[in-house]
Write a protein that binds this ligand. Structure first.
Ligand SMILES: *Cc1c(COP(=O)(O)O)cnc(C)c1O
Length: 367
């Protein structure tokens, strides 16, 4: 179907759509190409495989057990996560990816159409998508020229706060001291810290959950534990907040984590040696590549994530993105004010990153 045909078809069919569907603007995930082999640095996946213990654990799931529903309360996984972070099982929720968890959190903590929730002007683009879907008002906090978000932005009336630490797509981290101040200033609303990238050098807020009952920390196994394909996210917070998310989950789908995911996730948490080795490796590669890019004239935002946010003064971001794509290297470009000259580049293996470096250096040298 050509595009005009498609547009006409959608127009006809939209009479069946709810106003919610008519009004949403869905999130666009990074491309998962099937046509050819790219160096894939566009979706912040881990370049290393997950711990070998993960696949071993999955293999041990019997076909007999697959006949049965999985554990709806994810007891073993929550116990394993609780032991790892030194919290109680009742302070842990496990879900099918942290995106799902964020959606549950909106429903659990934010009132539609009341006080606006706050998040940064430049941050994970799923936050406004959920706000539209769940009819939550929101207010954007402006970032400065270096993509720092001033803490004072969060000192105003609100119905909730979401902070990505480290932030996406900039890689900027927020010091724990700042997070504490923000929590103290907002005792009447839930403050969600999305720590999808925390294992790559940031300071986690997990240790603050007993001190701040309004704090919910969300993490994922998609990035630092290389399990994007298994879909596991978890939240850590006071028992009362965990109970609220559980009530939402049990009103949507009681079995969000399947038996294979549960088995693999437990094994991933238990293999801490492998986790430490791979995340350290990614941090080292990131620092090495950041330094080299700076030397050849790139602006590189200091990153506490498994990606870097870069721009080249005399080369438009969109053109750089296209040039890299033609050389079979996929990165992420956002056509949005303030960041439309930047590229977000996931940290790959050393071999991949050396190819990336060589290619991008050659492209900008031609200017
Ligand atoms: C990747 C990412 C997530 C989602 O992770 P999943 O667990 O794979 O759903 C959430 N928040 C941020 C900021 C991310 O970058």
């Amino acid at each position: 179907m050509d595009n005009s045909g498609q547009v006409k078809y959608i127009f006809c069919m939209s009479k069946y759509w709810s106003t919610t569907v008519k009004n949403i603007k869905p999130y666009t995930p990074g491309e998962q190409p099937k046509d050819k082999k790219y160096i894939k640095l566009n979706t912040n996946e881990n370049p290393y495989p997950p711990s070998p213990r993960v696949i071993e654990a999955i293999r041990q799931v019997t076909d007999e057990s697959l006949r049965l529903y999985p554990d709806p309360v994810c007891d073993l996984l929550r116990e394993t996560i609780a032991a790892y972070y030194k919290v109680k099982k009742e302070q842990v929720f496990a879900g099918n990816g942290s995106d799902e968890l964020l959606a549950f959190a909106y429903l659990a903590f934010f009132e539609p159409a009341e006080k606006p929730i706050l998040f940064a002007e430049i941050t994970y683009s799923f936050y406004p998508v959920y706000a539209t879907l769940f009819k939550t008002k929101y207010k954007l906090i402006a970032v400065d020229d270096e993509f720092n978000v001033p803490a004072e932005g969060y000192y105003q009336e609100n119905g909730g706060i979401i902070i990505a630490n480290s932030n996406a797509p900039t890689g900027r981290g927020v010091p724990l001291k700042t997070i504490k101040t923000i929590l103290g200033q907002n005792k009447d609303s839930v403050v969600i810290i999305d720590e999808a990238y925390i294992d790559f050098g940031g300071e986690s807020a997990v240790g603050l959950i007993d001190e701040y009952p309004n704090l919910l920390v969300i993490q994922t196994m998609s990035k630092s534990r290389a399990l994007a394909g298994l879909r596991i996210g978890y939240a850590i917070g006071s028992e009362g907040l965990i109970e609220a998310i559980t009530r939402i989950k049990d009103s949507v789908n009681s079995y969000t984590l399947d038996r294979l995911a549960l088995a693999g996730a437990v094994a991933a948490i238990k293999d801490d040696a492998y986790f430490q080795k791979t995340r350290t490796k990614i941090i080292q590669t990131r620092e090495r590549i950041s330094n080299r890019l700076t030397e050849i004239g790139f602006k590189v935002i200091p990153s506490q994530a498994n990606f870097i946010f870069i721009s080249y003064p005399q080369y438009p971001g969109s053109a750089l993105f296209q040039q890299l794509r033609e050389k079979d290297i996929l990165v992420r470009y956002f056509n949005k004010p303030k960041i439309d000259n930047f590229l977000r580049v996931t940290i790959g293996t050393d071999v991949e990153m050396d190819k990336f470096l060589k290619t991008i250096a050659a492209i900008v040298a031609k200017r």
